[in-house]
Design a protein around this ligand. Sequence first.
Ligand SMILES: [Zn+2]
Ligand SMILES: [Zn+2]
Length: 121
Amino acid sequence: MKCYKHQDIDAIGLCKSCHKGVCPECSALVGGSVACAESCQEDVAALNYMVERGKKVYKNLGKQWGPSVIINGVGGAFFLSFGIYNFGRISSWLLIGLGAIMIVGGIMSAVQGKRMGEKKI
Ligand SMILES: [Zn+2]
Ligand SMILES: [Zn+2]
């Protein structure tokens, strides 16, 4: 592949914004990405910024909904099995109900977190 401007010089990479081949002379490194020195430096910088921000948002999202899903799931399963284990006693239905609510809550927050993550990316 040759440089988009210099047809006799080999390109060293593709511009991250317009995907044209660029030679060392025509390229600029923006945050570790190749960009056209002339036209795309700002675009690539903005692109990198957006990707970085998306990554951060996704990470934070994972932190936010991850623990609540685990706590609800594990706690719900614990209450549920405890209720089934003590089946026949008055409190068993209370435990089963509580466990079911926690598991449903865990599933709901998992679905919500997943949806939000997909939207942001
Ligand atoms: Zn470009
Ligand atoms: Zn060139």
